[in-house]
Design a protein around this ligand. Structure first.
Ligand SMILES: [Zn+2]
Ligand SMILES: [Zn+2]
Length: 88
């Protein structure tokens, strides 16, 4: 667990364009994503925005979920989850 106070000296703090929350480079240190200073967004909003620009791996529906198998629409995601939990 990281203590956010630890990051107070960071100079990259910014406000998320989408939700207005504070974000910055330090929020992205532990995740597989990159802070974009030109369009500052917190990790959650950036992931959501990226998904909005993606299509499902298995059909042409817009993706709503990002999984280990790639981007999935709602329907294929529920199949993916079903296959995951009900595997023999
Ligand atoms: Zn945000
Ligand atoms: Zn699909």
């Amino acid at each position: 667990m990281r203590d956010h106070k630890y990051d107070q000296d960071e100079r990259e703090e910014a406000r998320c364009d989408a939700c207005g929350g504070e974000t910055g480079e330090s929020d992205f240190e532990d995740i597989d994503d990159e802070f974009n200073p030109d369009e500052p967004m917190c990790p959650a909003c950036q992931a959501a925005r990226r998904q909005r620009n993606q299509c499902c791996e298995y059909c042409d529906e817009p993706a709503e979920y990002e999984t280990d198998s790639g981007f999935l629409c709602c329907e294929h995601h529920s199949q993916y989850v079903d296959g995951y939990v009900s595997r023999d």
